[in-house]
Structure formats: structure tokens, C-alpha cells
Design a protein around this ligand. Sequence first.
Ligand code: GLC
Ligand code: GLC
Length: 821
Amino acid sequence: MKFGHFDDVNREYVIETPRTPYPWINYLGNEKFFSLISNTAGGYAFYTDARLRRLTRYRYNDVPLDNNGRYFFINDNGTVWNPGWKPMRVELDSYECRHGFGYSKIASSKNGVKADILYMIPNGDNAEIQKVTLTNTTSQKKDIALHSYIEWCLYNAHDDNTNFQRNFSIGEVEVLGSTIYHKTEYRERRNHFAFYHVNSKIDGFETDRETFLGLHNNYDHPDAVFADKSTNFVADGWSPVASHRINVSLNAGESKTFIFVLGYIENDNDKKWAAQAEQGLLQTNSAMRVINKDKAIALQNKYDTVEKVEKAFNTLKDFWTDMVGKYTLKTGDEKLDRMAVWNQYQCVVTYNFARSASYFESGIGRGIGFRDTSQDMLGVVHSMPQSRVRERLFDVASTQFEDGSAYHQFQPLTKRGNADVGSNFNDDPLWLILGVGGYIKETGDEQFLKEMVPFDNNEKNKATLYEHLKRSFRYITTHIGPHGLPLIGRADWNDCLNLNCFSTDPNDSFQTSTNKDGKNAESVMIAQMFVYVAPDYAAMCRMMGDEAEAKFAEEQAAQMAEQICKTGWDGDWYIRAYDDFGKKIGSKECEDGKIFIETQGFGSMAQIGADKGYPAKALDSVEKHLDTKYGIVILDPPYKDYHIELGEVSSYPPGYKENAGIFCHNNPWVIIGEVKTGRSAKAWEHYKKIAPSFLEDISEIHRLEPYVYAQMIAGKAARRHGEAKNSWLTGTAAWNFVALSQWICGVRPEYEGLRIEPRLPAHIKNAEITRKYRGVTYKIDITNNNPEGKVVLTSDSASVTGTLALAKDGTKEVSIKAVIG
Ligand code: GLC
Ligand code: GLC
């Protein structure tokens, strides 16, 4: 069943009912100011860091779901309704929500009043703009009232949810004209504030939640809206909110537009205060000093007309056209072609937010993951400005320790490693090599390797980025266990494979408690990753003129591959790991967890034991044991019991998360492995099982947004097989984009040029790809006669060596014909 449709021309997903199977959300903002917005206008805004600088309040895990947002209430002679349906949930005569790239639109109507709302965050400004147009579609004059509503968060979202003894006394606002200023804590250590403004005269306002709603009311009965008059009360502690009331008179057929601006301002310390209070200013306590509003007023004026907002909106649309236009795909397979667009959008959002803020991540819990962001980068390096990717990689490398290990997470605002989570996830160092390699392949920016980067953010202790990579690589070679494989530490990619945890205490965190000395448990996956990234590392060594290290890397990788064949192969698939007792994990010998996906994916991507046919065997085993109609599960059979020697993986109910859920993140590893093993038809089968646009028709089962990937789909052992959770922020986005663009479509950046080896499914006979690469637009015209056939490239404007193409000097646009088979 579908709940909407794709509008491919406008690049929007059009939701046709507010009753989606779960809130279907979108993200606004692409620089510093961000908002999450659901199809019923729920969500919240923050500046840079969803934990430390939260601007509006959200209620998690609340009933009904998705409470609090930026709500508009319309009081039409006693009938009160919301254009986004929530929170009143009054039946609408029509409803539509369009999620576009960086903006959302809600259009609905009730009793002859039509509301059209555009929500967006323009580039370059720290503000969410809400353009509200009300139209009277009847033949009678209408007098209605429009009430806006947001609730302020007291900046630190964690404190805001916990520290009520303080919070209930600190809320402060100022009101001036049509603007409500959120002044809480501005006095002492903060030099920032937020405001909610509208570009028209208002007829009243509310700034205190209790006054707005009524102490005993829910959101569906706001007293102030029903009373149709305002108290104009200036909040004094408790929960500050911002609500404007505008009485709107509409003649038959008439429309009026109001522009609301939710803004964030920072003032220099010496410019925090106004010289004197403005005329008409309201605040709780007249003894208090008054905010310097110069910057706020300038920002308000920037968006005070429809023309200005429309101009910013067009700029935003152009920005996204450019962003997702660096890679375009036309195959005639509608579902596939739209994935090429939406997948890139998700990659950018995921890159911006890491795993911090979604409807499944509170924005309070997690900073930016070292391994996560290094992978996310692979999905945006072609589309984002080079400087942003470079800066992030620099920040990541700066949280590395001298011995090559790294903080597992860091905070985006401070860029410091998160000491609570700590270090010792032994895969982390290798992701940095993968990330930097991916960046240089795309940009050719070899100079980056020479940049001086601190260890543990210590400015006095720096080394070249190249030296950081060396420490990463050496970290693995110096942390080898009894079977000649890398020690796993707290976990490898699989956060739940906690082989040194041995916890019996429910208060322990699986990830951060370590009860073993870590000298035994080994990871086959880290071993495979090591082999997989070694060629990149060796290439970068050579860029630095370090032939000896390049040779060393190659020898080490060859040895490691041999070792995996000896101790990491189980007969029909790659073993997953060895536990602290030296027992195999992911082997026929195990009762549960006989086979895991990760090592089949990385093993086949790295083509380990190819001469013995291991990759193909491993992939056949994936098909036999792990594949389902909704995607490939992470392991099988699921663990029925808690295994102290395995940790969190055995704590989840069968079929969920790392215990045999379909963990979408590593499905693309299998897809890539299939292509590399010369079995592209199978790659395609796997691809379309989890690609969201292909799941649109089963939205009642899948439940989450049909335009973005979710981290997990319940596996075959789960009662709710096929049901997804944790959409948006997942490594799935980047890896599937890599699988699609670089392996299925076969256009991948290499150090020396653009490799073109399409392995499209047989039903696609012709395809057109454009790919911007190092400032040149490559137009690739593909004829697919036989998917596994020989690829022959011809071009007048590029030099072609086998399947590698590089624009001739001075050429800005290159045309290439690729004939397959
Ligand atoms: C989550 C984590 C990621 C980890 C994965 C598997 O997606 O963010 O770092 O690799 O789970 O446990
Ligand atoms: C990762 C895993 C999740 C686990 C969490 C623990 O996000 O995906 O399953 O619970 O790490 O921090």
C-alpha cells in the first residue's frame, strides 16, 4: 500500500495522508542551522549541535507519537484546525505534504480556508522561514485567527529533559513588536539567543506554555486558541513558548501571506546588550538588561517579503540541483533513477548529522562517530564542496591518539573526542584510511597528506596526515592475536560484538565495559578491512615517495590475506571472529550465529582467497543462509540465549538489530562483492530488495519513508519481518550509493582517473550517466548488450586506457561511449 507518490520533476515525495504508518520526516538546513520536520509539522530546530544548542523542544517517545513542532492553529469561528493535522487532528478537507530537498510544504484546507505553508532554511542564514498563505475559497468573507506556536528548549537538550529543579525557574523572554525573543540564560555565559518573528502586525501573543495550553490540557486543546484572545503574558520561568495571534480577514477568493522567522543569533560579548530598552518592549523584570537585537532585526528584514523568500527558495532549489546534479543517472527504470537522486540527498543529510538527530536518535546521545563519518564521506565526496569534506576528515584525524587508535566519537560543537565512550574499537583506525583514500581519489588533493594534524586535539603534538595514516595501519599490525588476526578491542564495525565485555551487570554499557585484557579475541572483519584498504594505503605511501612503506603495506596485506585463508575460512564462508577462549564465531561449529554477513561482504570485496574460489562460495552461502525477501540478515541462526563471551549481539531478540535483523548497512558490501566476483545479476537482486523506492508499494509493512534507507529491517526470525526502524541516519546511505554508482553503474574515481565498468542489470539496455569529476563533466552513454561482457570505451575528448578514462588537458566536458558485451 502507498501513502503518497514521487514527484520526479520537482524532486519531492508527496504524502497524501497525515496518517502515515510512522512520522515521515525531512531535514531542513545544510550549514549550521537545522530542523527536523515531519509530515505533520512535528520536529525541532537546533544550531550546529542537537544536544548542546537545541532551540525548540521536542517530546520523545510520547503519546500520541511525534509531539511538538512548529504548529499553526486556525480558529475559524470556533472550528480550530491545524494545516499539518497535528496536534488537533481535526479531519481536513484536503491534505498534502511535499518533502523536497531542504524544504517541506504542507497544503491543506478546511471549511473553505486553504493553508499553504513552505518551511525552509535558506543557505547562509541561521533561520527557519515559514511562509504561510491563507486563502478564502468560499464566496463569503471570512474572519479567522491564525496562531503560531513553538516551544523553546533551554539550549542544552539533555539538561532540558532532566534538570527541572533549575529549568522551571530560568525561562526568560522579551517581546518587541511582532517578535518574541528567547532570552533564557543570555545573562551569564551565553551570548546567543533565538527569536520567533512574523512580518506583520500581531493582535496578541503568548510566551508561556501553561497560559497558552491551560495546565491540564493536551496540545489538542490550547486555551489561548479557543478563547480567541491573547493574554499577552510575558513568561516568568516554567516553559517559555512563542505564539503569535493574527486576526485575518479574507474576502471571497482572497489570499494573505505571512512570513514567520525562527532565528538564532550570536552577539559578541561586548555587544550583548542594547544601550537602552526599545519603546514598547515587554519583559518580565524591568531591572534586567535588554538584548542587543541589531542582528536579529537585520535577519528579520532579510525575509520580510514574499519576493525575498521566493528568491531564497529558488536559490535553495538551485543549490540542491547542483549538489545532486554532479551525478545523474538515466536508465528508464523509474524506481532506480529516483534512487540515484534521493540516495544522494540522504547521503548529504547523513553526512551533516552523523548519527545525532533523527526520529530514532535523540540528538542527545551521540556525537559524531569516527567510523561512521569516515564512511558517510564516501557518499558525499563527489557532491559536497571539497573544503567541507577535507575539514571533516581533518577533525576526525585530530581525535586520533598517537598510537593510531582513536576516540570512537567526538562532539560537533567542540570537535573534541568523547571521553565517556572512549577508544579501543579496533576497526576505527582503518576507516580513516578508507575515508582519506576516497577523498583523494575524488579530488586528487594529494597535498592533504602533508597537512599537519594534531593528535587528541593537542596543538602541541602534531604530525602530517600521512603519519596519522601510518599510525592507523601500524595499529593493526601491532595488535595481532593468537590466530594471527587483528585483536577486536571493544568491537569492530559491529558495535554489538563485544568480545571483551563479559558483563553480567545490567548497568554496564556493552560498549564501554571491558572485563578482559583484550589479548585474545580477534576479528576476521578487521583482517579483511586491512586487506581491503592496504592498496589505498600503499598508493598514498607512494604519493609521499615512501616506497619502503608501500612495500611493507603490500607484504603485510598479502600475509594477512593468507592468514585469513588459514584461520578465517570455515569451508563455505568466512568466519566472523574468535572469542576470548579462542572459539570460532560465525562457523558451522557454532550452535547459533553460524554465519555472519560482514565477513562475506568484506571478504568478497577484498577478494580474499579468490584463487580458491572463496568469494563466490561465501556469496553462495549468503544466498543460502542469510537472504530473505526483504534483504539479507546480518547473521543466522539468531542467538536465543545471552552469551557472556559475545556481548550485546546476543542480547537482542531474534530478528532485530545486530541479532539477525536485516542490517541494511552491510547489504551493499555483498552487492559490491557480487559485482567484483562477476555476478552482477545477483548484485541487482540484492540491491532492489532494500532500495526504498522499490518498497513504496509495501509501505504498510515497511512503515518508514519510501524515499530513504533505514538502518534496520526486521529479519526473518522476527514476527514483524519486513518492518523497518531507524530511518535516515545510517551508513546504509553512503554504501548503497557507492554500490549503485561505483559498482552497478560502474563509474568510480581512482587515483589516476575515472574507471568506467558498468554492470547494469540485463533489463537496462541503454543508460546515460553524467559525472562531475575533478572539474570535468563526463557524459557516459552506455549500451548494455551483455552485463558481464567486456567493456569497450571510446571517446574523442578523453584518453582511454582499458576502462580508465581521463579528460584530455583543458577539456571541461567529455563524452564517452561504453559498450558492454
Ligand atoms: C550503528 C553504528 C555503527 C555500527 C553499526 C553496527 O549503525 O552507528 O557505527 O557500525 O551500528 O553495529
Ligand atoms: C549501535 C548499534 C546498536 C547498539 C548501539 C549501542 O548503534 O547499532 O545496536 O545498541 O550501537 O551503542
